[in-house]
Design a protein. Structure first.
Length: 391
């Protein structure tokens, strides 16, 4: 009874704020992050976190990570990646390297260890431009030159995010030089097992089913993804790598039937963002410590400056390699400043494994929320002054 009530209340808060975000032309996921932060407020936290509910929320949060990363793997557009322009590639690369370097150096200068510095650098370098893309679509600017650059950079950034997550998991699961050396071998063996499962399980399901159905296809995909994630954990690779590779293999296996692929991805998004993923953000909020941000406000301000300036500088370097103006590259930088879910997965994995202190964990969550809010205001103001800047 208490668990169901807590789940219902958390889901209601998440739904209300996600719809509010949507009405303000922000992605719903931003409202879900805000819900997690609101739930972390002490008197609200003590009111809704009823006895026995912590375990249920933690379980749903772990499942939320699996579904989030599964979607990342299924949505990487390889065809578009092959056609990416020089500008899109350079924005993605410099937009990752510069903030990573600034974040890493900032943490080292503040006296934090190397692993914590790497985690923060990774969180600062990743972009989740859902807000930017949705806003450009509404303004009919998505198919402009700058809109195309942002999309291409976002696709490349998804791959970079997967690389950062993989490196983090190498750190987490490899306690020695031998462990690190064996990591690629474990990955190869795991991928081979995953491919075999992707061949066998659909055949098993087909033999059970009397006729092919959309529900059966969707359920088969979920079964495969969960088994792959579990096997990855058995191999010491972690749920995240398992979910990502499962998403990639699912996408490749359904490449011949794009309609089926889109249907499964859309259904997965509905169940993920409608029910499971909100609890990942709620769980983030429950572990967020607002008091630690306030008591370390100088660190928070410094990291915010590094996060924003890192993306701006990374994009503005593009001026050296293209005919885009400084104003145009700066606007791309503001668009790349939007952050969302993957860096929060990095922060959560790092927190669970004791790689970062609570103040850095909390600052990463607050940083993701604030940087994502900024771009719409910057874009609106820029377009008023220079209506054709996106061309």
């Amino acid at each position: 009874m208490e668990v169901l009530l807590t789940i219902a209340v958390c889901l209601t808060i998440s739904f209300a704020l996600s719809e509010l975000a949507h009405s303000m032309h922000y992605p719903r996921v931003l409202g879900q992050i805000a819900a997690g932060i609101i739930v972390s407020i002490p008197f609200i936290k003590s009111s809704i976190l009823l006895p026995g509910s912590t375990t249920a929320i933690a379980f749903l949060a772990e499942l939320g990570i699996v579904f989030l990363i599964l979607l990342v793997g299924m949505e990487i557009d390889y065809k578009r990646l092959k056609k990416a322009s020089k500008e899109g590639i350079l924005v993605a690369i410099f937009g990752a390297i510069v903030p990573f370097g600034l974040g890493y150096l900032t943490m080292k200068l503040l006296g934090y260890d190397t692993i914590a510095a790497v985690v923060l650098g990774a969180a600062l370098s990743i972009t989740a431009p859902g807000t930017s893309i949705r806003l450009l679509m509404e303004l009919k600017k998505l198919k402009t030159r700058m809109g195309e650059i942002l999309i291409e950079a976002a696709i490349i950034d998804d791959l970079l995010a997967a690389v950062f997550l993989s490196l983090l998991l190498v750190i987490v699961h490899s306690n020695s030089a031998i462990g690190i050396a064996m990591f690629p071998i474990r990955i190869i063996i795991f991928i081979l097992i995953a491919i075999v499962l992707f061949k066998l399980i659909p055949k098993l399901v087909t033999s059970i089913q009397k006729e092919k159905s959309e529900i059966g296809d969707f359920t088969t995909s979920i079964i495969l993804a969960l088994f792959i994630a579990v096997i990855a954990q058995v191999f010491g690779l972690g749920l995240v790598i398992g979910a990502f590779i499962a998403g990639l293999i699912l996408q490749i296996s359904m490449r011949k039937d794009k309609k089926e692929e889109r249907k499964i991805v859309n259904d997965l998004k509905v169940i993920s963002f409608g029910f499971i993923v909100p609890f990942f953000f709620i769980h983030l909020g429950l572990n967020l410590d607002l008091a630690s941000i306030i008591s370390n406000w100088h660190i928070f301000v410094l990291i915010m400056i590094m996060a924003i300036c890192g993306k701006l500088i990374g994009a503005m370097i593009l001026k050296l390699f293209s005919k885009l103006s400084l104003k145009q590259t700066a606007l791309i930088g503001w668009g790349m400043n939007s952050r969302g879910a993957v860096e929060l997965v990095i922060a959560e994995v790092a927190r669970l494994n004791g790689l970062i202190p609570i103040e850095i964990y909390s600052i990463i969550i607050a940083m993701a929320l604030i940087t994502t809010f900024i771009f719409p205001f910057v874009l609106e103001r820029t377009l008023k002054k220079s209506p054709h800047i996106m061309e």
